[in-house]
Design a protein around this ligand. Structure first.
Ligand code: FAD
Ligand code: FES
Ligand code: FES
Length: 488
């Protein structure tokens, strides 16, 4: 075991043997380093004021991504290169992203500006000539209450007109940093402790399995976009913690003709890239999942394991027929994903069992899919409900159906009665309407702050009706159109 946390902040190597085991990167930057350029707004991953850029080796290559520093634990950044707004300026020269913000008057009070600069920096480092839509996506997790986004988008676009990458200090330094990070990688479990608790970060799957078997009471942390809030907002004391962030075996994507196998630690943005290419509705669902920062940190395994009834991936993955592989010690078992969710906050997961991977079949040419997320706000909002519909067609007859909803029950759940109304019938708006009415028996949704039970029931049925209308390309009746129009 190693008991020293190591990472670079800008050009400086930090080796830390004592830090709070759930101390956030934001608190460490502001309170310990007195680097207050990175701002604290919401402290829950929503506003982006705390955005920093973190470089990690991914398959040996240095990749920089924007993340929210307020919900990531410092100890999970072992072996990383952290960049904050303070690290961008060299002598008297602003970084090109900062200079573009100045030139285009893209700041007023300045509170959001460091976060916006860091989000645009990650975009600049990774992508050439992004569209305005892509820039807006990247900024969806950065809230500015004063400037308005037009000058900020203009600043982003101006960068690519000048495209002066050769003098960019971050890019000039990148290969040296990659070498330094490579030299820091090892296979030892990181073990830190403080008076309040213990933190482990094993470096491979076997060590994770045996560590979790010895500490079945531990809280597993993947991207911490849920767990981080238990600490910053829920004030929970989590002890011990086992972080999965160094387990490379959990980060692979294996693609075959039949489908994809995603390691539990595959980021939501990678899932967006790979599954999104399969169907435009999947792309749209993942584009609206949290923000760029949340999708960079959050993982597919975390979205399933948290068992939330309103997580966005489970309905889609259930409709696609995904299976889940769980591991405990040296034993693995694979189950249909839908059977994992037993009841509210109860999953089919034994103590010391963890999610290892998720296998998702590809869509066949005789299969049709529709996914809709309904939320109060278009960007960065949690679903009121999410419906996913998959049909296997034999000519114009439905030969198999999987319909799954989030937000309609205590768990993500299939609509079996509605499915029965479809199978064996010619796909038509009348059949879809019968199935939509059966949803009233499949589900008894609740009223909460996101939606009333009546709204949920009405919209769920209309999503199914709209699926029929869209796939059959028939005339859209006005009433159906009105109720379903809130999607997106
Ligand atoms: C601003 C914001 C916006 C969000 N928007 C959305 C949204 O649009 N849609 C949505 O669905 N969610 C959303 N979320 C919630 C969250 O981002 C997702 O649930 C995410 O997928 C969680 O993944 P994670 O890796 O961060 O999990 P973590 O927070 O690390 O862990 C979540 C839970 O899963 C457990 N866990 C993690 N990995 C494993 C594993 N391999 N095996 C067993 N248990 C494990 C943890 O112990 C914990 O109980 C949002 C969160 C924030 C902060
Ligand atoms: S402080 Fe708002 S996202 Fe971190
Ligand atoms: S400039 Fe004031 S919040 Fe953006």
């Amino acid at each position: 075991m190693r008991s020293i946390l190591r990472f670079y902040l800008g050009d400086t190597l930090h080796e830390i043997d004592r830090c709070g085991h759930t101390q956030t990167l934001l608190d460490w930057l502001r309170l310990k380093q007195r680097q207050c350029g990175t701002k604290e707004g919401c402290n829950e991953g929503d506003c982006g004021a705390c955005t920093v850029v973190v470089g990690r080796l991914e398959a040996g290559k240095l990749v920089y991504r924007a993340i929210n520093s307020c919900i990531v634990f410092l100890a999970t950044l072992d072996g990383c290169h952290i960049l904050t707004v303070e690290n961008l300026k060299t002598a008297d020269t602003l970084h090109p992203v900062q200079q573009a913000m100045v030139n285009l008057h893209a700041t007023q009070c300045g509170f959001c500006t460091p976060g916006i600069v860091m989000s645009l920096l990650a975009l600049w480092l990774n992508e050439n000539h992004p569209t305005v839509a892509r820039i807006e996506d990247v900024l969806a997790g950065n809230l500015c209450r004063c400037t308005g986004y037009r000058p900020i988008v203009d600043a982003a676009l101006s960068l690519y007109r000048d495209d002066d990458r050769e003098s960019d200090p971050v890019l000039i330094n990148a290969s040296a940093i990659a070498g330094k990070l490579a030299a820091m990688q090892d296979q030892q479990t990181l073990h830190l402790s403080d008076p309040e608790g213990v933190f482990f970060a094993p470096a491979n799957l076997d060590d994770l399995a045996s560590l979790y078997s010895s500490h079945p009471e531990a809280t597993l942390v993947a991207g911490s976009t849920d767990v981080g809030l238990w600490v910053t907002k829920g004030m929970q004391r989590l002890n011990p913690i086992i972080s999965l962030v160094r387990v490379e075996d959990l980060k692979s994507v294996h693609e075959t003709e039949a489908g994809f196998t995603f390691g539990a630690m595959v980021s939501l943005n990678t899932v967006y890239e790979r599954l999104g290419a399969m169907h435009p509705h999947i792309r749209e669902l993942l584009r609206r999942f949290g923000s760029e920062q949340v999708r960079n940190s959050g993982t597919i395994g975390g979205n399933i394991a948290n068992g939330s009834p309103i997580g966005d991936l489970p309905p889609l993955l259930i409709a696609l027929g995904a299976s889940l592989t769980l591991r405990s010690g040296q034993t693995s078992r694979t189950i249909p994903l839908e059977t994992f969710f037993i009841n509210y906050k109860v999953q089919d997961r034994a103590p010391s069992e963890f999610v290892e991977c998720i296998t998702v079949p590809k869509l066949g040419t005789d299969e049709i899919l529709n996914v809709s997320k309904i939320s109060k706000r278009f960007d960065e909002d949690i679903s009121a409900l999410c419906g996913a519909f998959w049909l296997k067609m034999s000519g114009s007859t439905v030969s198999a159906a999987r319909i799954a909803f989030g937000g309609m029950a205590a768990t993500p759940k299939r609509a079996q009665l509605a499915e029965q109304e479809l199978v064996g019938h010619i796909w038509s708006t009348e059949v879809a309407d019968r199935a939509a009415r059966a949803l009233a028996t499949d589900f008894a949704p609740l009223t909460d702050l996101r939606a009333t039970k009546d709204y949920r029931s009405a919209v769920a049925g209309n999503l199914l009706r709209r699926f029929a209308v869209e796939t059959l390309e028939v005339h859209v009746p006005t009433r159906v159109n009105q109720v379903g129009a809130h999607n997106g």
